[in-house]
Design a protein around this ligand. Structure first.
Ligand code: PEP
Ligand code: MG
Length: 313
């Protein structure tokens, strides 16, 4: 088998799934050639951002179906709409917010705009009925009430469509979600950590602020603590945790995440081989030891320094 298609297995036999962040079916064919084992994050808001009108339920269904079909048996994780924050859709005429990242974004907007959310859920369920590789996840979950409300709406739509099963997960990108991970883990099928948002909300540093960029560090031990906590909670009930934020595509970051118990990394297609190679070169036992040590350090630079020194990176 060509190297890029081999699974990412550490030297002591621990396998990590390396999948891709892909938004559009047209990107998929060439991306699969780069060795990704499926799609871990389809940002569906791009269907809205790249259109001049609200994509109809049928248009959405076509896009999700094309992705699911092209993937065959490989997984497809569709994330429901995450509009708001940095992602503005002019034709929706949403109210300007003082603090958009702390405002009505992601799942919160979907609750206010069922006219957007329900057709999307119907389109996803219609495709999931024919394609067992489809999973769905909700962005910006902050409370149990968020999760239960989103899942309740999805269950209603699934019943209407005649879909009996689809794995449903949540993104861990708001610190409160990580702090109630045990409760969430009991009800969801999986977690996917959005390190871009989890970092900005944990450190209270706007991810778009260039001046703060050097300090907005996803390897800060405070962020790692939240990921570790989430991993323990979900692995403890025999389910899995992935990461689809930027840290998963960083070679050193991926090693830290795997050491914390992450089982799936969703990265940009061009990073797949590098991330797989990085994992093949190390043992899980060592990563686990180093990642636990990292939790006690003072900042992200110390974490990088520890991994570089101990693994000769
Ligand atoms: C994240 O927050 O890390 C994430 C994957 O979602 P987005 O970047 O689309 O907010
Ligand atoms: Mg996010």
């Amino acid at each position: 088998m060509q190297r890029r298609f081999e699974p990412a297995r550490t030297s002591d036999g621990h396998t990590i799934e390396v999948v891709m962040n892909i938004n559009q079916p047209k990107e998929l064919e060439s991306a699969l050639e780069l060795g990704g084992e499926g799609v871990g994050l389809m940002r569906t808001e791009f269907l809205y951002l790249e259109s001049d009108h609200i994509p109809s339920e049928d248009e959405q269904e076509r896009a999700y179906r094309a992705m699911a079909e092209a993937l065959g048996d490989k997984p497809l994780i569709i994330r429901t709409l995450d509009i708001g924050g940095d992602k503005e859709v002019a034709y929706l005429n949403l109210q300007k917010e003082e603090n958009a990242f702390l405002g009505t974004r992601g799942i919160r907007l979907c609750f206010c705009r069922e006219d957007l959310f329900l057709p999307q859920l119907r389109a996803i369920c219609r495709v999931a009925k024919d394609h067992k590789n489809v999973k769905v996840m909700f962005p910006m979950i902050a409370t149990m009430a968020d999760w239960r409300r989103a899942k309740g709406l999805l269950d209603q739509v699934a019943a209407e469509v005649g879909l009996d099963h689809m794995p449903v997960g949540v993104m861990i990108e708001v610190p409160s979600a990580a702090l109630i991970a045990e409760q969430l883990a009991a009800e969801v099928a999986f977690f996917s950590v959005g390190t871009n948002d989890l970092t900005q909300y944990t450190l209270a540093m706007d991810r778009m602020n260039a001046e703060l960029a050097p300090q907005t560090d996803p390897l800060h031990p405070a962020v790692l603590q939240l990921i570790h906590r989430s991993a323990q909670a979900i692995n403890g009930v025999g389910k899995w945790i992935g990461v689809c934020g930027g840290l998963a595509g960083d070679r050193l970051g991926a090693l830290v995440l795997v050491g914390l118990g992450v089982r799936e990394l969703s990265v940009s297609p061009k990073e797949v081989v590098r991330i797989k190679d990085g994992l093949k070169a190390v043992s899980f036992a060592k990563l686990s030891q180093l990642a636990h040590q990292a939790l006690t350090l003072a900042d992200g630079d110390q974490v990088r320094e520890l991994f570089r020194r101990e693994l000769n990176l």
